[in-house]
Ligand binder design. Sequence first.
Ligand code: C2E
Ligand code: CA
Ligand code: CA
Length: 336
Amino acid sequence: MTYTTFYSETKDGTFIALNSRDNEFMISSRISQRMYLDYMLSHLYISMYLCVIIAIVIGINGYRQFKRPRSLQEELRRAVEENEFLPYLQPIVNHQGRICGAEILMRWHHPNQGFIMPDLFIPLAEDTGLIHIMTTQILNRVKSDLLQNHQYLPDGFHLAINISPSQCNDLLFYKDCLSFMSAFPEGKVKLVAELTEREFIQDTGNAALLFEKLHHLGVQIALDDFGTGHSSLAYINQFHIDIIKIDKSFTHLIGSVDMPSHIVDNVVDLANRLNIDVVAEGVENATQEAYLKQRDIQFFQGYLYDKPLPPAVFIEKMQQQSDMLVRLQADPSLNG
Ligand code: C2E
Ligand code: CA
Ligand code: CA
């Protein structure tokens, strides 16, 4: 039989008709949605179950991929995009015990893991080159925090930032310093780039150029962790070093029986001869402070004064100090 078919949708279901071409008859039927469903359940249920199982497997797999701990490198990149690196500020005090500066120390505020200390992520940030943008980000944050409160900072406020050896080979850090310095009134902030002596700087000529440009801008260079590396004197000679930071491992030996006192004495002696300022790191008790003061060290940093603080807390301290100095100026008899 040859026939033509036609379908039409009605509110009771689909109307199907087979229309014979040769004879005068037509076979028709109406298939309701319920009949479709019954047919699928009775004939295609295996395929349907399979589809559901495949969908569940794909879903679980997708969820696992999403939840899988990412590599630290991927996490670091994500954190840079999300601006999760924060500056903490540790006070640096002078001979009179007044805060005259701060060191910027980076913290990673991870959404699940909380605060992560720099020793755990700085080495990877250096290897991946992300340290450059991370330094830019934290300097920008400190700039906006301090700018709104610069009236509480003493003139020539010493603000130290750590830089990695790879940052000595291009001029991005110089641009960051330029943008930082030009935001403040002249003479308000003295930026200091702290360079650790532990890792070797390969001077391809760029490092010397960078330091020259930084000096020209008024940025000073500090040699961090002094005495722990192997090239202290070579560095002092090669680059124009303005400040030496005595490593905390030496400060911690003060007061102990086997303290090699000549090490601290020699560092101070060397610094005096070369007209270099000295900051003593890791000062934790009054014995260490007294010993270092006797050696004419000018600047101190350590838990005895304060640990690294969130910028808001640091600014509060600066405000209290500034208010106290105003009161002292008005009434010098309050001193002592
Ligand atoms: P660092 O530059 O030698 O910083 C001093 C470290 O000593 C800091 O550790 C500080 O919290 C800690 N410290 C301060 N006072 C005391 C004390 O009285 N006793 C003891 N035991 N420790 C004290 P932190 O913040 O964990 O930083 C570790 C290192 O990570 C830094 O050593 C620095 O090398 C590196 N780092 C921190 N922030 C940055 C950054 O922004 N860039 C780069 N490139 N490195 C950074
Ligand atoms: Ca440092
Ligand atoms: Ca140090």
